[in-house]
Design a protein around this ligand. Structure first.
Ligand code: ATP
Ligand code: MG
Length: 449
């Protein structure tokens, strides 16, 4: 087929070196797809008929990355390229990993083991594009389609079901009918997949240009297995003037309304996840969700721990969730209070969360809500510009000052006093002077004795 792909020099060098040794070599998979799409390829992978042993002989610096599966990383300068021997995966007994792999001399056999047609193309300058399964056509038609029988492919490796949705979200493609029917049938098998691998795919979906494709994950039964909390949201209506979608649809919309930053997209995914549990109905049939941020926070922590997210992410996302609905009046004092409560580190993110949340609600009172939020943002900037104290970091006294000059002892009381001083300074920034605060602290500790 007449597609020309500009291979990076180093990739060409690797392919040429292997071919000079009498073997075949091609750039393959994601990099070919991305080049055709005009996207920057994350990494260039090479597939070859050469044995891992030969690859190791041909290049000076190699690393045995996945030698059992035929993968050797060739280092050229600081850059590494995965070179994998053509292989056929053996039987999958566990829905995750092939029991064994066998090497093969046939490129086509190697392409057949790959997940989707758009990921199963290979290229080198001698042969041009090798597209045995219609990947190019599927790119043109914007379709995610399994190579071969979808049911078999998902039974081999259940993670592919999430990859299908993730690629559809990254590229804005539809999942072909037989492929999506197979997901519906086999989604239960995602229970075989480790939390870490699921988290990777969920995150890629969340930060993609189409996070609303999470709806496809719901329709096909994927979230029922990996995130059943979300299914409940899709079943919870909001009869409330502030809203025009059910909880799940509001969540999807809010994800679309925020920057594609990991913690922000996750915060939107979880901000209302506690709503189903807190639903009450007023006498007129209005839905209320009193206390939902705290319940959402709890569920968020539980889910993120279940998915093995790192502590820093859990910390950040749960705080954004807890404070997403915290009312901030547009006066410096209230803004400072909110910063103190939520934490200085996440406050600008919190404003983005609140904005996206608003944009995903009905237009009821939208101008007022927006005006207030923008005003809060301006006041926050002003407070920052003036260097006003918002956290212990900028308090005019430290714990050491209190020990050296206010007669206090190390211990929990010290932290408490610092907290109280900060609270006072938040209410009245003029107090943030060393002598003033030391005097207050000394009086306090004397009074406490
Ligand atoms: P990205 O790097 O953007 O996540 P990718 O398509 O490059 O996408 P990788 O995980 O880097 O994905 O895998 C490289 C290639 O290996 C894929 O393009 C595909 O051909 C094949 N592949 C990866 N994972 C699987 C899988 N679970 N089942 C079958 N083939 C896979
Ligand atoms: Mg890749």
């Amino acid at each position: 087929m007449n597609v020309e792909i500009q291979l990076p020099e180093k990739v060409k060098f690797i392919i040429d070196t292997i071919m000079e040794a009498g073997c075949e070599a091609y750039a393959v998979g994601g990099c070919i797809r991305d080049f055709i799409l005009g996207r920057e390829a994350a990494d260039w992978d090479i597939t070859t008929s050469a044995s891992p042993l030969l690859v190791k002989e041909l290049f000076r610096h190699t690393i045995d990355t996945g030698i059992k599966h035929g993968t050797v990383t060739v280092m050229l300068g600081k850059e590494g390229f995965e070179v994998t021997t053509y292989r056929v995966d053996g039987r999958y007994e566990d829905g995750r990993h092939p029991e064994s792999v066998t090497f093969t001399a046939s490129l086509k056999e190697d392409l057949k083991r790959r997940d989707f047609t758009i990921n199963a193309m290979a290229y080198n300058e001698q042969s041009g594009l090798v597209d045995e399964f219609g990947g190019l056509k599927d790119i043109e038609n914007k379709v995610i389609r399994c190579v071969g029988d979808a049911g078999e492919r998902f039974t081999e490796d259940a993670l592919r079901m999430m990859r299908a949705v993730r690629f559809s979200a990254q590229l804005g493609y539809e999942i072909e009918e037989k492929t999506s029917a197979a997901i519906r049938k086999l989604s239960e098998r995602l229970r075989l997949i480790s939390a870490e691998r699921i988290a990777v795919e969920l995150t890629k979906l969340a930060v993609s240009p189409h996070p609303e494709k999470l709806r496809t994950a719901w329709e096909t039964g994927i979230t029922k297995i990996i995130l059943p909390e979300f299914d409940r949201c899709m079943e919870t209506e909001q009869n409330n003037p502030h809203h025009c979608y059910n909880v799940g649809e509001h969540i999807l919309r809010s994800m679309q309304e925020i920057r594609p930053e990991r913690v922000l997209r996750l915060a939107m995914l979880f901000h209302d996840i506690g709503k189903p549990e807190t639903l009450t109905e007023g006498p007129d049939g209005t839905s209320h969700f009193h206390g939902h941020p705290a319940v959402s926070e709890e569920i968020t922590r539980r889910v993120l721990q279940r998915l093995k997210f790192d502590n820093h992410t859990i910390q950040t996302v749960t705080r954004l969730v807890l404070y997403h609905d915290y009312d901030i009046l547009s006066e410096a004092k209230y803004v400072r209070r909110a910063v103190r409560k939520a934490g200085e580190d996440i406050f600008p993110l919190l404003l983005e969360v609140k904005y996206a949340d608003m944009m995903a609600q009905s237009t009821y009172l939208r101008p007022e809500k927006e005006e207030r939020l923008l005003a809060v943002g301006e006041i926050y900037k002003q407070v920052r510009r003036e260097g006003q104290c918002l956290s212990l970091k900028n308090l005019a006294v430290t714990g050491k000052d209190l020990i050296d000059r206010a007669g206090m002892q190390p211990g929990p009381a010290l932290g408490e006093t610092l907290g109280k001083l900060l609270d006072m300074v938040i209410e009245n920034p003029d107090l943030n002077r060393k002598e003033t605060l030391l005097a207050i602290a000394a009086a306090e500790s004397a009074g406490g004795k």
